[in-house]
Design a protein around this ligand. Structure first.
Ligand SMILES: Nc1ncnc2c1ncn2[C@@H]1O[C@H](COP(=O)(O)OP(=O)(O)OP(=O)(O)O)[C@@H](O)[C@H]1O
Length: 310
């Protein structure tokens, strides 16, 4: 009885969130690449990990895979503590990983690379994935374009049918059609119950495919919420066309932020109640009003200020 309990205690808890970070911290000398980062990624969701170059995304991913050790804090992946090498090795067969730079042996052909990974972890979905992503299998990897290397990497990541995939900027270098194919594929995987964690600095793709987003800045998590909630909380993007130019000070209210008036057009983000905005606008001679959801780019600017321009 007692022995059984001990065994259960050391086994990964597969029912828990596939990824859990708890105060995860990594320092390189003076640089805190990850600063007490905490969040969970739930089963069957696409989680976008968003931040500009150098924010700390790759560091988190490398910590989660046990490739580097945390300075402090901890994390679990499929129930395995990332500091426990054996536990992590046991769950790796259920994880697919697409690194930011692919470390394939360049003199091998694409087919040989896939054969190598197949021997380690299996390849039951190889043919299906090759039909979708089509890297040139009989050429040496050293002759591949950047996009084709990525396609080979995507096949490698998914071909053993993992429950959890961790993707470091998966669509970087892909043309728009291939990006679309990848986005659709990720949505299908999510609908089939797979968990997808991917990092990106491309706001539009996070907005398009992710269920939730974590925004990282200078190593610290600055936002964590559903993409829809983030959009809703961030107000409305409003453009008003007036019959004549108006004094900006007379036009603006406390609920309007980032007001930009050029000639007869005023643009702003509105954070108040829609009815109050309409009440306010009736006192002006209006030709046209356009109210829409803000793009994540706009939201991003609130977190990053001028750094977002990069
Ligand atoms: N091995 C290392 N030694 C020293 N500093 C490092 C090391 N790896 C990362 N850093 C630093 O940690 C910070 C976070 O880097 P990281 O690569 O995690 O960012 P990122 O968000 O993935 O950026 P990118 O989008 O450019 O890949 C940066 O300041 C980087 O210079």
């Amino acid at each position: 009885m007692c022995a059984q309990t001990e065994t259960l205690d050391t086994e990964p808890d597969r029912g828990a969130a596939p990824i859990r970070l708890d105060g995860l911290t990594k320092r390189y000398g003076d640089v805190t690449a990850n600063d007490a980062v905490s969040f969970d990624v739930g089963a069957g969701e696409i989680f976008g990990y968003l931040g500009p170059n150098g924010a700390g995304k790759t560091t988190t991913i490398r910590l989660l895979l046990g490739l580097i050790k945390p300075t402090s804090g901890s994390a679990e992946v499929l129930g395995a503590d990332i500091r426990d090498r054996r536990a992590l090795t046991d769950v790796k067969a259920d994880i697919g990983y697409l690194p930011d730079s692919l470390g394939f042996e360049e003199r091998l052909t694409g087919r040989q690379v896939l054969d190598y990974f197949a021997r380690m972890r299996g390849d039951e979905r190889r043919e299906e994935l090759l039909e979708l992503f089509r890297p040139p299998l009989d050429k040496r990897v050293e002759t591949y374009s950047h996009g084709n290397k990525r396609m080979l990497g995507i096949v490698q990541t998914f071909m053993h049918d993992p429950d959890l995939v961790i993707l470091d900027e998966p669509t970087s270098g892909l043309d728009p059609l291939k990006q679309d194919r990848m986005h659709l594929f990720l949505e299908e995987e999510r609908d089939a119950g797979k968990t997808v964690f991917f990092s990106s600095h491309v706001l539009s793709e996070v907005q398009r495919v992710c269920d939730r987003v974590g925004i990282i800045r200078d190593g610290a998590l600055v936002a964590l919420e559903g993409v829809d909630d983030l959009l809703e909380r961030s107000g409305k993007d409003v453009r008003v066309q007036l019959a004549a130019p108006v004094d900006e000070e007379r036009f603006a209210t406390a609920e309007m932020i980032d007001v930009e008036a050029v000639d007869r057009t005023v643009r702003f983000t509105y954070t108040g109640e829609p009815a109050a905005l309409l009440d306010h606008l009736v006192q002006f001679e209006i030709e046209d009003v356009d109210i829409g959801d803000p793009q994540l780019d706009e939201i991003f600017k609130h977190y990053y200020g001028n750094d977002a321009e990069e």
